[in-house]
Design a protein around this ligand. Structure first.
Ligand SMILES: [Zn+2]
Length: 223
């Protein structure tokens, strides 16, 4: 996301940015907690999860290199409504929330970038809410795998069925059934906690319409 900024703008941000290595399963924010840093993932991937009754988690958004984690800071509050969980280990840069607020006031370009990003993130969250209610697990799983692939830019990634259950808000057996169905159709392979996408086009056909819809919105802000 920061790479889209004019060079001069980016340079002025550099002194406030700190490189960090995010690890799989690391929690960046919990709901109701203060946001200390905003994060810009590089080759890492962060899930935004909503908690229900304190223990049931459901993914409502996914943030990779195209965006930032900590949008509430941009909107003027420093409390997170969601859990931000690292689902793909890798590099990111982060900035202290207070510094980020200052930079936003100074730079109309940065403000515009984050504005556009916030718009599509809201659309993604809205679409995900409807998707979770109306689309079947197999199509949602295909969508989720494609979204992960696009952000990690890799056809292979680490995953457990238990983790996927949390992401999709279904029981583990439901995930296993859906994953087996995609395997039978030779769209994905699964072994030793790693998923491999074997046929991306086929997986796109198996995914619900939410995948294309949200992808087009993200592509739109980069035009
Ligand atoms: Zn859907």
């Amino acid at each position: 996301m920061l790479a889209a900024l004019p060079r001069k703008q980016y340079k002025s941000l550099l002194s406030g940015l700190e490189s960090v290595a995010l690890t799989f399963g690391e929690v960046l924010y919990e709901p109701g907690e203060r946001i200390r840093h905003v994060y810009f993932p590089g080759d890492s991937l962060v899930s935004l999860l909503t908690l229900v009754d304190g223990h049931l988690a459901l993914e409502v958004g996914m943030v990779g290199r195209e965006g930032m984690v900590g949008v509430p800071v941009f909107l003027g509050t420093d409390v997170s409504p969601v859990r931000a969980l690292v689902q793909g280990a890798g590099a990111a840069v982060r900035m202290k929330a207070a510094r980020f607020s200052k930079e936003i006031r100074k730079s109309p370009q940065l403000q515009q970038e984050v504005n556009r990003y916030t718009g599509v993130l809201m659309a993604q969250i809205t679409q995900t809410a409807a998707c979770n209610r109306f689309h079947v697990v197999e199509a949602r799983l295909a969508r989720w795998l494609l979204m992960t692939r696009d952000r990690l830019r890799s056809d292979e990634f680490r995953l457990t069925h238990e983790f996927l259950g949390h992401m999709l808000g279904v029981r583990r057996v439901g995930v296993t059934k859906a994953a087996r169905a995609l395997q039978r159709r030779k769209l994905i392979g699964y072994s030793r906690g790693k998923i491999r996408i074997l046929d991306r086009r086929g997986l796109e056909r198996a995914a619900c319409s939410c995948y294309e819809l949200v992808k087009d919105m993200y592509d739109g802000i980069r035009d």
